[in-house]
Design a protein around this ligand. Structure first.
Ligand code: AGP
Length: 585
């Protein structure tokens, strides 16, 4: 059924190696989904040849025929098995199609458009069927696609070939599609790194728009009216090398290491840019920060930052829970979205609901072209550069750094915030080095066989304990749980038995006293703090960063998670069941 995946298509009239080019580009989108993959390669005549299989695209060995036009797809299944039949592209009649998103009414559409024997369990095949139906009625490709996608309920990005029609067609609502172009070639991709080796000139396809590409030409249409749409060429700043692993074994460790620089980049905003965000916050009388997963844990520290620095109480809500609080949102509410991708469906949908009620939208995202960034009244980029590993690391610390700066800006002390964060960036730069990593790798060896692991922290370190658990769970599959340090004695302490590892974030008196209670029950304590306390069995030093302690403290845990994953034989960039950008609900 629904998928949230990587899509990459190439139309390059004068090239014969579009297959290989697409393969390389699709591999750079693998973080979006890696259950199965597929290609449709167009020869000089006849229908496109489809090659698809289960498994990771990075491990696929494919011999492509010579071609200048290819559509490709890397899948993350939500329902429906990971099978060759369910892999994209899907072909019905004249239409060969890939899809990212979810067609919620696929069953009803199947009934409404009978006469085709379905070979997959997906919600995608029916989209190809409906387009083919309208082509069969004599409609042209643009009209047939418009007519078909109008009937899809849910979010989608579809890309297709139509037999007998030159070029590639694509349409979007809610799932990203970006067009890259040079003089003779055009690309359609779910994310820019797919084609960054070829061009950095892009057009963004907006919701309810479609595009037809042939060679170096792209024509855009509004899906509702059919009217032609003009697009502005935008030169993106990301460099191709930024999206490559280089000498690192995995993207995760590369991105962890990049935090030497990304913290500085995150706060690289002028007073004018920050003041636009501050004015939005000040003009509203309620503020909801919404986000998912790691971004949510990063947003949770904002509650502490705003309380401590600007004495303001803000609300932090997991986006998937926000619907229960939408009743309090009105035209005086500030909605602040925190997201690496800017495409996460749970967050996006709540923003859209709030926007229709007149709420003001501020977003902090890494992907500047994202749906969230573009719908916002004010957008602040977190400037972390492409993050490819499924586990978010540098984006999370960049989000926290920018949130802290925002709290300082709101209290009228922007420069004080900048100074603090520059010091923190310098400290982190000194902290991340090979010896530091080796020390943490040794600790990883000592706990790698453990089935359970706990993390505690207090204040802004409590959300970091939750985040530490996410990091360890998602890449090492060890059962890890984070707790506010003071909460332990109210129940979870029953889980502590001899030798159970507990990571203690912080060295303040109360946290140490909680850690002592655990030690008395046999816990093996791993301190992550500025000062070593005698009760720690092992200790990982982090520099003293004051209000920003949470930012520095999560980094050693990221490194620990990475080494636990490697020791347990898990590919940390592509852990099971996950995908980077969760564009389905
Ligand atoms: C992070 O390690 C996770 N893989 C995940 O929790 C992620 O942070 C979440 O899905 C939100 O994504 P976003 O930042 O792109 O909105």
């Amino acid at each position: 059924m629904g998928v949230m995946c990587g899509v990459f298509a190439v139309s390059a009239e004068s090239r014969t190696d579009a297959g290989e080019l697409t393969l390389q580009g699709l591999r750079r989108l693998e973080y979006r989904g890696y259950d199965s993959w597929g290609f449709a390669v167009r020869g000089s005549d006849g229908p496109a040849t489809i090659t698809k299989d289960v498994g990771k695209i990075s491990e696929a060995d494919i011999a492509f025929p010579s071609s200048g036009e290819v559509i490709s797809h890397s899948r993350w299944a939500t329902h429906g098995g990971v099978t060759q039949a369910n892999a994209h592209p899907h072909r019905v009649g004249r239409v060969t199609l890939v899809h990212n998103g979810i067609c919620e009414n696929y069953a009803a559409l199947k009934q409404a458009f009978p006469g085709h024997e379905y070979v997959s369990e997906t919600d995608t095949e029916v989209i190809a069927r409906v387009i083919d139906h309208y082509l069969g009625q004599g409609m042209g490709p643009v009209a047939a696609i418009r007519q078909a996608v109008e009937q899809i309920e849910g979010r989608y990005a579809v890309v297709c070939f139509i037999d007998g029609q030159a070029g590639i067609y694509a349409a979007r609502r809610g799932s990203p599609l970006i067009i890259g172009r040079n003089e003779t070639e055009t690309y359609i991709a779910s994310d820019i790194p797919a084609f960054l080796t070829e061009t950095n000139v892009v057009n963004y396809l907006d919701d309810d728009e479609m595009v037809h590409i042939v060679g170096g030409k792209a024509e855009y249409f509004n899906l509702t009216t059919g009217a032609s749409v003009q697009k502005r060429d935008i030169a993106v700043q990301w460099q191709y090398e930024q999206a490559e692993k280089g000498d690192f074994a995995h993207f995760m460790i590369k991105e962890i290491t990049e935090q030497k620089d990304t913290l500085k980049a995150a706060i690289d905003h002028t007073d004018t840019e920050l003041n636009r965000a501050v004015n939005l916050l000040r003009e509203c009388n309620g503020a909801y920060f919404i986000a998912c997963g790691t971004a949510h844990k990063a947003a949770m520290v904002a509650e502490y930052f705003f309380a401590e620095v600007s004495r303001r109480k803000v609300n932090i809500v997991a986006a998937s829970e926000m619907k229960y609080f939408q009743q309090f949102v009105n035209d005086r509410t500030a909605m602040i979205a925190v997201s690496q991708s800017g495409e996460t469906a749970d967050t996006l949908e709540e923003l859209q609901k709030a926007q229709t009620k007149g709420a003001k939208i501020l977003s902090l995202t890494n992907v500047v072209s994202s749906s969230m960034a573009r719908m916002s009244d004010v957008h602040l980029p977190i400037n972390a550069g492409p993050e490819q590993a499924v586990a978010s690391t540098k984006a999370a610390t960049a989000q926290m750094a920018l949130l802290l700066l925002l709290a300082y800006a709101e209290s009228g002390r922007t420069n004080e915030g900048r100074e603090l964060l520059h010091t923190v960036a310098g400290n982190v730069n000194d902290m991340i080095n090979p010896r530091y990593e080796e020390h943490i790798a040794e600790i990883a060896k000592s706990i790698v066989e453990r089935e359970n692991l706990f993390i505690i922290g207090r204040g802004a370190l409590a959300p970091m304990a939750y985040e530490a658990a996410i990091k360890i769970q998602e890449v090492s599959y060890i059962h890890a749980q984070g707790f506010a340090a003071g909460e332990l004695k109210h129940g979870p302490i029953a889980l502590i038995t001899d030798g159970v590892p507990v990571i203690v974030l912080g060295d303040d008196l109360e946290t140490i006293s909680n850690a002592t209670e655990l030690k008395a029950r046999g816990a093996h304590l791993i301190g992550v703090s500025a000062q070593r306390d005698d009760i720690f069995d092992e200790w990982i030093r982090v520099p003293d960063c004051g209000t920003a302690q949470c930012i520095a403290s999560i980094i050693p845990v990221q490194i620990l998670s990475y080494h636990l994953a490697v020791l347990r034989g898990v590919d940390p960039d592509k852990p099971r069941n996950l995908a980077k950008s969760v564009t389905v609900k």
